[in-house]
Ligand binder design. Structure first.
Ligand SMILES: [Zn+2]
Length: 101
């Protein structure tokens, strides 16, 4: 059977539901490595299950080969309506796990 697993993005707090097979999910929860437990899932979906990072934040971090580390202003476009990270020194390369900042 298929279940929807909720994951919460550590960057923007967005909840994403990931569709996966319950047996596979149980195997993973029981200690099997996620690659072995869910061989049919895309690496992106597996990574989302592990990290909870939503697709837009994922794209911001890994979707494009952006070598300019100072170019962090486009981070705010996709992640959230409230780009508060720049006020609290959020570093998109380090991550920010404080939703209130
Ligand atoms: Zn996000």
């Amino acid at each position: 059977m298929t279940i929807m697993v909720p994951t919460t993005c550590p960057f923007c707090g967005h909840t994403t539901y990931i569709q996966c097979d319950k047996d596979a999910y149980d195997r993973w929860q029981n200690g099997m490595s996620i690659q072995d437990a869910m061989p049919d899932m895309t690496p992106e979906d597996r990574e989302m299950l592990i990290s909870g990072i939503c697709p837009s934040c994922w794209d911001d971090m890994f979707g494009e080969e952006d070598e300019d580390e100072d170019d962090d202003l486009d981070w705010e476009d996709d992640c959230d309506e409230e780009p508060l990270w720049d006020e609290c020194g959020f570093n998109p390369y380090m991550g920010c796990y404080d939703f209130d900042c």
